[in-house]
Design a protein around this ligand. Sequence first.
Ligand code: TYD
Ligand code: MG
Length: 460
Amino acid sequence: MAKNKSQFVCQSCGSTYPRWNGKCDGCGEWNTLVEENPSTGIGANPGRQMRKGTPVQLVSLAGESEQAPRIASGIAELDRVTGGGFVKGSALLVGGDPGIGKSTLLMQASAALAKQGHKVVYVSGEEAVAQIRMRALRLDAIEANVGLAAETSVENILATLEGDEPPALLILDSIQTLWTELADSAPGTVTQVRTAAQAMIRYAKKHGTCVVLVGHVTKEGQIAGPRVVEHMVDAVLYFEGEGAHNYRILRTVKNRFGPTDEIGVFEMSGKGLKEVTNPSELFLGERNEASPGAAVFAGMEGTRPVLVEIQALVVQSTLGTPRRAVVGWDNSRLSMVLAVLEAHCGVKLGGYDVYLNVAGGYRIQEPAADIAVAAALVSSLCGVALPADAVFFGEVSLSGTTRPVAHGTQRMKEAGKLGFAQAFATIDDKEKSASEGLSVTRIKELTQLAANIAARKENA
Ligand code: TYD
Ligand code: MG
Protein backbone atom coordinates (compact mmCIF):
# COMPACT_ATOMS: atom_id res chain seq x y z
CA MET A 1 0.00 0.00 0.00
CA ALA A 2 1.28 3.42 -0.87
CA LYS A 3 2.36 5.54 2.04
CA ASN A 4 0.03 8.44 2.81
CA LYS A 5 2.02 11.52 2.07
CA SER A 6 0.67 14.74 3.48
CA GLN A 7 0.51 17.88 1.42
CA PHE A 8 0.30 21.56 2.15
CA VAL A 9 -2.87 23.32 1.07
CA CYS A 10 -3.30 27.07 0.82
CA GLN A 11 -6.30 28.00 2.99
CA SER A 12 -6.97 31.01 0.87
CA CYS A 13 -7.03 29.67 -2.70
CA GLY A 14 -6.69 25.89 -2.35
CA SER A 15 -3.34 25.47 -4.19
CA THR A 16 -1.40 22.43 -3.02
CA TYR A 17 2.33 22.05 -2.41
CA PRO A 18 4.46 19.07 -1.44
CA ARG A 19 6.45 21.27 0.96
CA TRP A 20 5.64 24.13 3.31
CA ASN A 21 6.24 27.61 1.93
CA GLY A 22 5.86 30.95 3.62
CA LYS A 23 4.08 32.38 0.63
CA CYS A 24 1.49 30.79 -1.65
CA ASP A 25 2.55 31.15 -5.27
CA GLY A 26 -1.06 30.72 -6.36
CA CYS A 27 -2.59 33.76 -4.68
CA GLY A 28 0.40 35.55 -3.20
CA GLU A 29 -0.91 35.30 0.39
CA TRP A 30 1.52 34.72 3.25
CA ASN A 31 1.24 32.09 5.96
CA THR A 32 -1.76 30.33 4.51
CA LEU A 33 -0.33 26.84 3.94
CA VAL A 34 -1.61 24.14 6.28
CA GLU A 35 -0.67 20.48 6.28
CA GLU A 36 -3.51 18.23 5.19
CA ASN A 37 -3.84 14.55 4.45
CA PRO A 38 -4.88 13.93 0.84
CA SER A 39 -5.79 10.28 1.40
CA THR A 40 -9.37 11.37 2.03
CA GLY A 41 -11.70 13.94 0.55
CA ILE A 42 -11.75 15.33 -2.94
CA GLY A 43 -9.01 14.15 -5.27
CA ALA A 44 -7.91 11.35 -2.97
CA ASN A 45 -6.41 8.17 -4.39
CA PRO A 46 -6.03 9.25 -7.99
CA GLY A 47 -4.42 5.92 -8.86
CA ARG A 48 -7.43 3.83 -7.81
CA GLN A 49 -9.35 1.90 -10.47
CA MET A 50 -12.42 3.74 -11.68
CA ARG A 51 -15.75 2.07 -10.99
CA LYS A 52 -17.86 1.22 -14.04
CA GLY A 53 -20.63 3.80 -13.95
CA THR A 54 -24.29 3.53 -14.80
CA PRO A 55 -25.39 5.45 -17.92
CA VAL A 56 -27.63 8.48 -17.46
CA GLN A 57 -30.53 9.51 -19.68
CA LEU A 58 -29.72 12.48 -21.91
CA VAL A 59 -32.53 14.94 -22.48
CA SER A 60 -32.94 17.57 -25.18
CA LEU A 61 -31.99 21.13 -24.38
CA ALA A 62 -35.14 22.18 -26.16
CA GLY A 63 -37.35 20.44 -23.61
CA GLU A 64 -39.92 21.99 -21.29
CA SER A 65 -38.42 24.08 -18.54
CA GLU A 66 -40.17 25.17 -15.42
CA GLN A 67 -39.59 28.24 -13.32
CA ALA A 68 -37.23 27.70 -10.45
CA PRO A 69 -39.56 26.91 -7.54
CA ARG A 70 -39.07 29.65 -4.99
CA ILE A 71 -40.11 30.36 -1.46
CA ALA A 72 -40.31 34.07 -0.78
CA SER A 73 -39.42 35.03 2.78
CA GLY A 74 -41.56 38.13 2.76
CA ILE A 75 -38.50 40.18 3.82
CA ALA A 76 -38.42 42.29 0.65
CA GLU A 77 -34.77 43.34 0.91
CA LEU A 78 -33.71 39.70 1.21
CA ASP A 79 -36.02 38.44 -1.55
CA ARG A 80 -34.73 41.08 -3.95
CA VAL A 81 -31.15 39.92 -3.46
CA THR A 82 -31.95 36.23 -3.86
CA GLY A 83 -33.88 37.04 -7.03
CA GLY A 84 -37.35 36.43 -5.64
CA GLY A 85 -36.90 34.01 -2.77
CA PHE A 86 -35.07 30.85 -1.73
CA VAL A 87 -34.87 28.34 -4.58
CA LYS A 88 -35.78 24.77 -3.68
CA GLY A 89 -32.94 22.30 -4.06
CA SER A 90 -30.29 24.99 -4.20
CA ALA A 91 -27.32 25.90 -2.07
CA LEU A 92 -26.69 29.43 -0.93
CA LEU A 93 -23.59 30.83 0.72
CA VAL A 94 -23.93 33.83 3.00
CA GLY A 95 -20.51 35.27 3.77
CA GLY A 96 -19.37 38.20 5.88
CA ASP A 97 -17.18 39.39 8.70
CA PRO A 98 -17.83 37.89 12.13
CA GLY A 99 -20.41 39.90 14.05
CA ILE A 100 -21.91 41.58 11.00
CA GLY A 101 -25.32 39.96 11.54
CA LYS A 102 -25.43 36.80 9.43
CA SER A 103 -26.96 34.65 12.16
CA THR A 104 -29.45 37.40 12.95
CA LEU A 105 -30.57 37.74 9.34
CA LEU A 106 -30.93 34.00 8.86
CA MET A 107 -32.83 33.58 12.11
CA GLN A 108 -35.26 36.26 10.94
CA ALA A 109 -35.58 34.55 7.55
CA SER A 110 -36.17 31.18 9.27
CA ALA A 111 -38.93 32.64 11.39
CA ALA A 112 -40.54 34.32 8.38
CA LEU A 113 -40.61 31.04 6.46
CA ALA A 114 -41.82 29.06 9.44
CA LYS A 115 -44.64 31.54 9.89
CA GLN A 116 -45.81 30.66 6.38
CA GLY A 117 -45.94 27.01 7.43
CA HIS A 118 -42.66 25.80 5.93
CA LYS A 119 -40.44 23.44 7.84
CA VAL A 120 -37.12 25.03 8.77
CA VAL A 121 -34.07 23.49 10.42
CA TYR A 122 -31.42 25.72 11.95
CA VAL A 123 -28.16 23.99 12.86
CA SER A 124 -25.60 26.06 14.70
CA GLY A 125 -22.06 24.96 15.29
CA GLU A 126 -21.18 28.16 17.07
CA GLU A 127 -23.89 28.79 19.62
CA ALA A 128 -25.70 26.66 22.15
CA VAL A 129 -29.44 26.08 21.78
CA ALA A 130 -30.16 28.38 24.73
CA GLN A 131 -28.20 31.19 23.08
CA ILE A 132 -30.07 30.79 19.81
CA ARG A 133 -33.38 30.85 21.70
CA MET A 134 -32.37 34.02 23.48
CA ARG A 135 -31.55 35.66 20.19
CA ALA A 136 -34.84 34.54 18.66
CA LEU A 137 -36.66 35.93 21.66
CA ARG A 138 -34.94 39.27 21.16
CA LEU A 139 -35.87 39.20 17.48
CA ASP A 140 -39.45 38.33 18.28
CA ALA A 141 -38.93 35.29 16.08
CA ILE A 142 -40.02 32.39 18.25
CA GLU A 143 -41.64 29.93 15.84
CA ALA A 144 -42.49 26.34 16.68
CA ASN A 145 -41.83 25.26 13.10
CA VAL A 146 -38.09 25.95 13.37
CA GLY A 147 -36.12 22.90 14.47
CA LEU A 148 -32.94 23.81 16.35
CA ALA A 149 -29.76 21.87 16.90
CA ALA A 150 -26.28 22.70 18.09
CA GLU A 151 -24.23 20.23 16.09
CA THR A 152 -21.07 20.21 13.99
CA SER A 153 -20.85 16.68 12.63
CA VAL A 154 -22.10 16.36 9.05
CA GLU A 155 -22.87 12.67 9.62
CA ASN A 156 -25.02 13.48 12.65
CA ILE A 157 -26.83 16.28 10.83
CA LEU A 158 -27.61 14.03 7.87
CA ALA A 159 -28.76 11.25 10.18
CA THR A 160 -31.07 13.70 11.96
CA LEU A 161 -32.64 14.79 8.69
CA GLU A 162 -32.86 11.26 7.31
CA GLY A 163 -36.26 9.61 7.28
CA ASP A 164 -38.13 12.73 8.27
CA GLU A 165 -39.87 15.07 5.88
CA PRO A 166 -37.03 17.19 4.42
CA PRO A 167 -37.11 20.85 5.54
CA ALA A 168 -37.78 23.62 3.04
CA LEU A 169 -34.88 25.60 4.46
CA LEU A 170 -31.79 24.25 6.20
CA ILE A 171 -29.38 26.72 7.77
CA LEU A 172 -25.85 25.63 8.63
CA ASP A 173 -24.15 28.22 10.77
CA SER A 174 -21.25 28.14 9.99
CA ILE A 175 -19.51 26.09 7.33
CA GLN A 176 -16.19 26.55 9.14
CA THR A 177 -17.42 24.64 12.18
CA LEU A 178 -18.76 21.65 10.23
CA TRP A 179 -16.64 18.54 9.99
CA THR A 180 -17.04 15.18 8.39
CA GLU A 181 -15.35 11.86 9.07
CA LEU A 182 -14.71 11.59 5.32
CA ALA A 183 -11.82 14.01 5.68
CA ASP A 184 -8.98 13.71 8.16
CA SER A 185 -7.98 17.33 8.53
CA ALA A 186 -9.11 19.69 11.27
CA PRO A 187 -12.46 21.55 11.05
CA GLY A 188 -12.10 24.83 9.22
CA THR A 189 -9.44 23.63 6.79
CA VAL A 190 -10.02 23.71 3.05
CA THR A 191 -10.49 19.95 2.76
CA GLN A 192 -13.03 19.83 5.60
CA VAL A 193 -14.96 22.87 4.40
CA ARG A 194 -15.14 21.52 0.86
CA THR A 195 -16.06 17.97 1.77
CA ALA A 196 -18.69 19.06 4.30
CA ALA A 197 -20.16 21.59 1.87
CA GLN A 198 -20.32 18.98 -0.85
CA ALA A 199 -22.18 16.54 1.38
CA MET A 200 -24.72 19.19 2.33
CA ILE A 201 -25.15 20.38 -1.27
CA ARG A 202 -25.80 16.79 -2.31
CA TYR A 203 -28.51 16.65 0.34
CA ALA A 204 -30.06 19.87 -1.03
CA LYS A 205 -30.23 18.58 -4.60
CA LYS A 206 -31.58 15.20 -3.56
CA HIS A 207 -34.31 16.41 -1.24
CA GLY A 208 -35.29 19.76 -2.75
CA THR A 209 -34.22 21.64 0.35
CA CYS A 210 -32.66 25.08 0.15
CA VAL A 211 -29.42 24.80 2.08
CA VAL A 212 -27.88 28.00 3.39
CA LEU A 213 -24.23 27.84 4.34
CA VAL A 214 -22.92 30.63 6.54
CA GLY A 215 -19.26 31.49 6.08
CA HIS A 216 -17.01 33.86 7.97
CA VAL A 217 -14.56 35.84 5.95
CA THR A 218 -11.43 36.79 7.80
CA LYS A 219 -9.24 39.54 6.51
CA GLU A 220 -6.12 37.53 7.32
CA GLY A 221 -7.40 34.56 5.34
CA GLN A 222 -6.12 32.28 8.13
CA ILE A 223 -9.26 30.18 8.35
CA ALA A 224 -10.39 28.55 5.13
CA GLY A 225 -12.33 31.31 3.48
CA PRO A 226 -15.77 30.55 2.11
CA ARG A 227 -14.17 31.37 -1.22
CA VAL A 228 -13.32 27.71 -1.67
CA VAL A 229 -17.01 26.79 -1.77
CA GLU A 230 -18.11 29.72 -3.93
CA HIS A 231 -17.94 27.66 -7.11
CA MET A 232 -19.91 24.78 -5.57
CA VAL A 233 -22.98 26.72 -4.53
CA ASP A 234 -25.74 28.23 -6.68
CA ALA A 235 -25.67 31.68 -5.15
CA VAL A 236 -23.26 33.69 -3.06
CA LEU A 237 -24.39 36.62 -0.95
CA TYR A 238 -22.07 38.86 1.03
CA PHE A 239 -23.24 40.74 4.05
CA GLU A 240 -21.20 43.85 4.66
CA GLY A 241 -21.19 47.01 6.69
CA GLU A 242 -18.96 49.42 8.51
CA GLY A 243 -18.34 48.83 12.18
CA ALA A 244 -19.32 52.34 13.19
CA HIS A 245 -22.57 52.39 11.22
CA ASN A 246 -25.69 50.49 11.93
CA TYR A 247 -26.72 49.60 8.46
CA ARG A 248 -25.76 46.52 6.55
CA ILE A 249 -25.73 45.77 2.87
CA LEU A 250 -26.49 42.34 1.47
CA ARG A 251 -24.88 41.99 -1.94
CA THR A 252 -25.16 39.24 -4.57
CA VAL A 253 -21.81 38.05 -5.82
CA LYS A 254 -23.06 35.10 -7.82
CA ASN A 255 -26.56 33.86 -8.58
CA ARG A 256 -27.48 31.04 -10.92
CA PHE A 257 -31.17 31.89 -10.59
CA GLY A 258 -31.24 35.68 -10.61
CA PRO A 259 -29.48 38.99 -11.11
CA THR A 260 -26.09 39.61 -9.53
CA ASP A 261 -26.14 43.34 -9.09
CA GLU A 262 -28.89 43.78 -6.53
CA ILE A 263 -28.40 44.94 -2.99
CA GLY A 264 -30.55 44.69 0.11
CA VAL A 265 -30.18 47.35 2.78
CA PHE A 266 -30.84 46.68 6.44
CA GLU A 267 -30.38 48.57 9.65
CA MET A 268 -29.24 46.75 12.78
CA SER A 269 -31.46 47.73 15.67
CA GLY A 270 -31.95 46.49 19.19
CA LYS A 271 -34.56 44.10 17.85
CA GLY A 272 -32.66 42.69 14.90
CA LEU A 273 -32.33 43.78 11.30
CA LYS A 274 -34.88 46.23 9.92
CA GLU A 275 -35.44 46.71 6.21
CA VAL A 276 -34.40 50.04 4.73
CA THR A 277 -36.70 50.66 1.79
CA ASN A 278 -35.24 53.99 0.76
CA PRO A 279 -31.47 53.82 1.21
CA SER A 280 -30.84 57.24 -0.35
CA GLU A 281 -32.61 58.96 2.53
CA LEU A 282 -30.40 57.07 4.93
CA PHE A 283 -27.13 57.81 3.15
CA LEU A 284 -27.95 61.50 2.76
CA GLY A 285 -29.23 61.77 6.31
CA GLU A 286 -26.35 63.65 7.90
CA ARG A 287 -25.44 65.88 5.00
CA ASN A 288 -23.65 69.16 5.53
CA GLU A 289 -24.77 71.09 2.49
CA ALA A 290 -22.74 74.25 2.95
CA SER A 291 -19.32 72.67 3.21
CA PRO A 292 -16.94 72.54 0.25
CA GLY A 293 -15.83 69.16 -1.02
CA ALA A 294 -19.16 67.34 -0.81
CA ALA A 295 -20.95 66.13 -3.94
CA VAL A 296 -24.05 63.97 -4.17
CA PHE A 297 -23.64 61.04 -6.53
CA ALA A 298 -26.74 59.56 -8.14
CA GLY A 299 -25.74 55.91 -8.29
CA MET A 300 -27.43 52.67 -9.23
CA GLU A 301 -27.37 49.33 -7.50
CA GLY A 302 -28.89 46.82 -9.86
CA THR A 303 -32.36 48.08 -10.58
CA ARG A 304 -32.37 50.53 -7.71
CA PRO A 305 -31.08 54.09 -7.63
CA VAL A 306 -29.05 55.03 -4.55
CA LEU A 307 -27.95 58.57 -3.77
CA VAL A 308 -24.81 58.98 -1.68
CA GLU A 309 -22.58 61.83 -0.67
CA ILE A 310 -18.96 61.81 -1.77
CA GLN A 311 -16.64 63.88 0.41
CA ALA A 312 -13.23 65.08 -0.66
CA LEU A 313 -10.58 66.93 1.27
CA VAL A 314 -7.66 68.47 -0.58
CA VAL A 315 -4.92 69.94 1.63
CA GLN A 316 -1.43 71.25 1.04
CA SER A 317 0.96 68.35 1.55
CA THR A 318 3.94 68.39 3.83
CA LEU A 319 5.20 65.10 2.47
CA GLY A 320 7.50 64.44 -0.44
CA THR A 321 4.97 62.09 -1.96
CA PRO A 322 1.48 63.44 -1.27
CA ARG A 323 -1.03 61.10 0.35
CA ARG A 324 -4.04 59.70 -1.46
CA ALA A 325 -6.46 57.95 0.86
CA VAL A 326 -9.78 56.50 -0.29
CA VAL A 327 -12.61 54.95 1.69
CA GLY A 328 -15.49 53.42 -0.24
CA TRP A 329 -14.17 53.78 -3.76
CA ASP A 330 -11.50 52.36 -6.01
CA ASN A 331 -8.02 53.74 -5.36
CA SER A 332 -6.81 53.47 -8.93
CA ARG A 333 -9.98 55.11 -10.20
CA LEU A 334 -9.19 58.12 -7.98
CA SER A 335 -5.67 58.29 -9.41
CA MET A 336 -7.20 58.31 -12.87
CA VAL A 337 -9.59 61.16 -12.10
CA LEU A 338 -6.73 63.13 -10.52
CA ALA A 339 -4.57 62.59 -13.59
CA VAL A 340 -7.35 63.73 -15.95
CA LEU A 341 -7.97 66.85 -13.83
CA GLU A 342 -4.25 67.59 -13.87
CA ALA A 343 -3.67 66.92 -17.56
CA HIS A 344 -6.82 68.26 -19.19
CA CYS A 345 -8.42 70.72 -16.81
CA GLY A 346 -5.44 72.62 -15.43
CA VAL A 347 -6.32 71.57 -11.89
CA LYS A 348 -2.96 71.17 -10.19
CA LEU A 349 -3.18 68.66 -7.35
CA GLY A 350 0.44 67.46 -7.34
CA GLY A 351 1.38 69.22 -4.11
CA TYR A 352 -1.77 68.29 -2.23
CA ASP A 353 -2.83 65.40 -0.06
CA VAL A 354 -6.15 64.03 -1.25
CA TYR A 355 -8.66 62.24 0.98
CA LEU A 356 -11.84 60.79 -0.44
CA ASN A 357 -14.66 59.30 1.56
CA VAL A 358 -18.03 57.91 0.62
CA ALA A 359 -20.39 58.97 3.39
CA GLY A 360 -21.94 56.46 5.71
CA GLY A 361 -19.49 53.67 4.98
CA TYR A 362 -21.16 52.83 1.67
CA ARG A 363 -19.01 51.34 -1.11
CA ILE A 364 -19.41 52.54 -4.71
CA GLN A 365 -18.61 50.09 -7.47
CA GLU A 366 -19.62 51.99 -10.60
CA PRO A 367 -17.37 54.14 -12.79
CA ALA A 368 -20.35 56.52 -13.03
CA ALA A 369 -19.07 58.22 -9.88
CA ASP A 370 -16.13 59.83 -11.75
CA ILE A 371 -17.86 63.16 -12.27
CA ALA A 372 -19.11 63.37 -8.70
CA VAL A 373 -15.60 62.66 -7.43
CA ALA A 374 -14.10 65.28 -9.73
CA ALA A 375 -16.70 67.82 -8.57
CA ALA A 376 -15.94 67.08 -4.91
CA LEU A 377 -12.19 67.41 -5.50
CA VAL A 378 -12.40 70.71 -7.37
CA SER A 379 -14.90 72.05 -4.85
CA SER A 380 -12.55 71.25 -1.97
CA LEU A 381 -9.53 72.69 -3.75
CA CYS A 382 -11.36 75.95 -4.54
CA GLY A 383 -12.98 76.08 -1.10
CA VAL A 384 -16.39 76.64 -2.63
CA ALA A 385 -19.46 74.56 -1.84
CA LEU A 386 -21.35 72.87 -4.65
CA PRO A 387 -25.03 73.73 -5.12
CA ALA A 388 -26.95 71.94 -2.37
CA ASP A 389 -29.68 70.85 -4.76
CA ALA A 390 -27.42 69.21 -7.35
CA VAL A 391 -26.57 65.60 -8.12
CA PHE A 392 -23.66 64.38 -10.24
CA PHE A 393 -23.12 61.29 -12.34
CA GLY A 394 -21.11 60.24 -15.38
CA GLU A 395 -17.97 58.48 -16.43
CA VAL A 396 -14.72 60.21 -17.40
CA SER A 397 -12.33 58.84 -19.98
CA LEU A 398 -8.59 59.41 -20.05
CA SER A 399 -8.88 61.95 -22.84
CA GLY A 400 -10.83 64.27 -20.55
CA THR A 401 -14.12 63.69 -22.38
CA THR A 402 -17.03 62.01 -20.67
CA ARG A 403 -19.15 59.00 -21.41
CA PRO A 404 -22.86 58.60 -20.75
CA VAL A 405 -23.84 56.00 -18.20
CA ALA A 406 -26.83 53.69 -18.10
CA HIS A 407 -30.13 54.41 -16.32
CA GLY A 408 -29.85 58.22 -16.48
CA THR A 409 -33.63 58.66 -16.27
CA GLN A 410 -33.92 56.50 -13.17
CA ARG A 411 -31.10 58.33 -11.43
CA MET A 412 -32.75 61.69 -12.10
CA LYS A 413 -36.14 60.41 -11.04
CA GLU A 414 -34.76 59.38 -7.66
CA ALA A 415 -32.97 62.72 -7.29
CA GLY A 416 -36.19 64.57 -8.11
CA LYS A 417 -38.07 62.49 -5.57
CA LEU A 418 -35.60 63.49 -2.87
CA GLY A 419 -35.92 67.19 -3.64
CA PHE A 420 -32.92 67.80 -5.88
CA ALA A 421 -33.40 70.36 -8.64
CA GLN A 422 -30.37 70.06 -10.87
CA ALA A 423 -28.08 67.45 -12.31
CA PHE A 424 -24.57 67.68 -13.73
CA ALA A 425 -24.44 64.60 -15.85
CA THR A 426 -23.42 62.83 -19.00
CA ILE A 427 -26.64 61.82 -20.65
CA ASP A 428 -27.88 61.55 -24.20
CA ASP A 429 -30.62 63.65 -25.80
CA LYS A 430 -33.34 61.11 -25.18
CA GLU A 431 -32.70 61.14 -21.47
CA LYS A 432 -32.31 64.87 -21.33
CA SER A 433 -35.87 65.27 -22.56
CA ALA A 434 -36.98 62.91 -19.81
CA SER A 435 -35.10 64.80 -17.14
CA GLU A 436 -37.92 64.45 -14.60
CA GLY A 437 -38.18 68.15 -13.85
CA LEU A 438 -34.49 68.54 -13.06
CA SER A 439 -32.47 71.20 -14.81
CA VAL A 440 -29.67 69.28 -16.45
CA THR A 441 -26.22 70.61 -17.22
CA ARG A 442 -24.73 68.27 -19.73
CA ILE A 443 -21.05 67.65 -19.15
CA LYS A 444 -19.29 66.74 -22.38
CA GLU A 445 -15.77 67.39 -21.13
CA LEU A 446 -14.46 67.43 -17.61
CA THR A 447 -13.03 70.96 -18.10
CA GLN A 448 -16.60 72.23 -18.33
CA LEU A 449 -17.36 70.98 -14.85
CA ALA A 450 -14.10 72.32 -13.38
CA ALA A 451 -14.72 75.73 -14.99
CA ASN A 452 -18.30 75.76 -13.72
CA ILE A 453 -17.17 75.20 -10.14
CA ALA A 454 -14.31 77.71 -10.41
CA ALA A 455 -16.80 80.28 -11.71
CA ARG A 456 -18.93 79.78 -8.60
CA LYS A 457 -15.95 80.85 -6.54
CA GLU A 458 -15.56 84.06 -8.50
CA ASN A 459 -19.27 84.81 -8.19
CA ALA A 460 -19.25 84.12 -4.46
P1 TYD B 1 -24.65 38.04 14.56
O1 TYD B 1 -25.87 37.76 13.78
O2 TYD B 1 -24.35 37.13 15.71
O3 TYD B 1 -23.37 38.11 13.63
P2 TYD B 1 -22.65 36.95 12.80
O4 TYD B 1 -23.53 35.75 12.82
O5 TYD B 1 -22.48 37.55 11.43
O6 TYD B 1 -21.34 36.70 13.44
O7 TYD B 1 -24.75 39.54 15.04
C1 TYD B 1 -24.02 39.96 16.10
C2 TYD B 1 -24.08 41.46 16.33
O8 TYD B 1 -25.33 42.05 16.09
C3 TYD B 1 -23.73 41.68 17.75
O9 TYD B 1 -22.66 42.58 17.81
C4 TYD B 1 -24.96 42.21 18.38
C5 TYD B 1 -25.74 42.76 17.25
N1 TYD B 1 -27.21 42.63 17.41
C6 TYD B 1 -27.97 43.76 17.56
O10 TYD B 1 -27.48 44.90 17.54
N2 TYD B 1 -29.34 43.63 17.67
C7 TYD B 1 -29.95 42.43 17.68
O11 TYD B 1 -31.19 42.36 17.79
C8 TYD B 1 -29.13 41.27 17.55
C9 TYD B 1 -29.74 39.90 17.56
C10 TYD B 1 -27.77 41.40 17.41
MG1 MG C 1 -23.14 33.94 13.79
